[in-house]
Design a protein. Sequence first.
Length: 77
Amino acid sequence: MDGRTLVGMVGRVVHALRGGDRPGEVRVVVDGIAHYYLAYASTPVPAGTEVLIINNRGARQVDVEPWPIVTGGEGTR
């Protein structure tokens, strides 16, 4: 998978990210195929959280931030 296409994709944390220079692992599904990457975030992110890939470090390493799940708002009951 071309690393440039990773930025902007949403994945799910498999192994908790501990924040800073302590990575965790995320899974990104592309065309039905799961890809796993070492992931870094500025703050700890628990397993199961959806994250947005904001940078590709190369060598299957990415920077991520939590991807908020929007609840409520316009059009909901």
